[in-house]
Design a protein around this ligand. Structure first.
Ligand code: MLT
Length: 311
């Protein structure tokens, strides 16, 4: 009997592949390359992706045998869940696999931005010993504004509290008492923009959040503010951020995600006040192992017609 076919369209951890084991025919393709992806989908039963593969209506239509799409990570913005559901395809993800990694990377970018770590590192490696140029700021007694106090936002708050900061958050879905129990004061978006010394985004990408921080919002912030985005590109408008940095209306930024990825060329790269990483929030061995094993288990259950619990 033919084994069900699982198409792995992006890198999956060894541990995840081991969970799939010998029960399936596992094939690999480059999901970011449509000319490879679409034909490869023709006879597969399951598809495993990260964030670079667009599982849109066209991809789903190209996969007549597809029963499950698994996203080895949290965000489902690269999967057309509605088209999948219409086609009877189950969509699963690994919703907690990388939240610790994303929160830790956020803290890394906040500190890197506060202390000019990347800029000073590059300058010194180029032979420049510039101590006053790279004078930074402390976190102590600063106001941290968190946009989206979900799982990752909460972990960021917990990790930053020992730095002696005040944490405020904008989250229209959370009760003020729940936030207060975490030592966080809920505020409106405007209040966060006006009061925070650091603003960090932890919202999913959606019609409502795309461009949430644009030109108007960046005219409301303190000129000393530093913005961090380890969530999704496009939530902070990159052109508006560039202008705000250039005009001195924003002091710095730590950016891990971009509206278009991969992004190897951006006006933001020209600015010394910006530290960037190539969508590394979830890129730790631990997170990838958890994401890989969680989605592989879900794929196994789904293809066996069994109940798939929330990971
Ligand atoms: C996620 O949504 O979980 C991350 O962006 C995963 C990734 O790095 O692909």
């Amino acid at each position: 009997m033919n084994k069900p076919v699982v198409l792995v369209a992006e890198e999956l951890s060894e541990a995840g592949l081991a969970v799939l084991g010998a029960d399936f025919e596992v094939r690999h393709t480059d999901g970011a390359d449509r000319s490879q992806l679409l034909p490869a989908l023709a006879d597969v039963d399951a598809l495993i992706v990260r964030s670079a593969t667009q599982v849109d209506a066209e991809a789903i239509a190209a996969a007549s045998r597809l029963r499950v799409v698994a996203r080895a990570g949290v965000g489902l913005d690269n999967v057309d869940v509605e088209a999948a559901t219409k086609a009877g395809v189950m969509v699963v993800n690994a919703p907690t696999s990388n939240i610790t990694s994303a929160a830790e990377h956020t803290v890394a970018l906040i500190l890197a931005s506060a202390r000019n770590v990347a800029q000073a590192h590059s300058a010194l490696k180029d032979g420049e010993w510039k101590r006053s140029k790279y004078t930074g700021v402390e976190l102590d007694e600063k106001v941290i504004g968190i946009l989206g106090l979900g799982k990752i936002g909460q972990l960021v708050a917990q990790r930053l509290q020992p730095f002696g900061v005040e944490i405020i958050a904008y989250d229209p879905y959370l009760q003020p008492a729940r936030a207060a129990a975490m030592g966080v004061r809920l505020a409106s978006l405007e209040e966060v923009l006006q009061q925070a010394d650091f603003i960090t985004v932890h919202l999913p990408k959606s019609k409502e959040t795309l461009g949430l921080i644009g030109d108007r919002e960046l005219h409301m912030v303190k000129p000393s503010v530093r913005l961090i985005n380890v969530a999704r590109g496009g939530i902070i408008d990159e052109n508006a951020l560039y202008s705000a940095l250039k005009e001195g209306r924003v002091a710095g930024a730590g950016i891990d995600v971009f509206a278009k990825e991969p992004c190897t060329d951006s006006p933001l790269f020209e600015l010394d006040q910006v530290v960037v990483t190539p969508h590394l929030g979830a890129s730790t061995h631990e997170a990838q192992e958890k994401a890989g094993t969680q989605v592989a288990r879900s794929v196994k259950l789904a293809l066996a017609g069994e109940f798939v619990p929330d990971a």
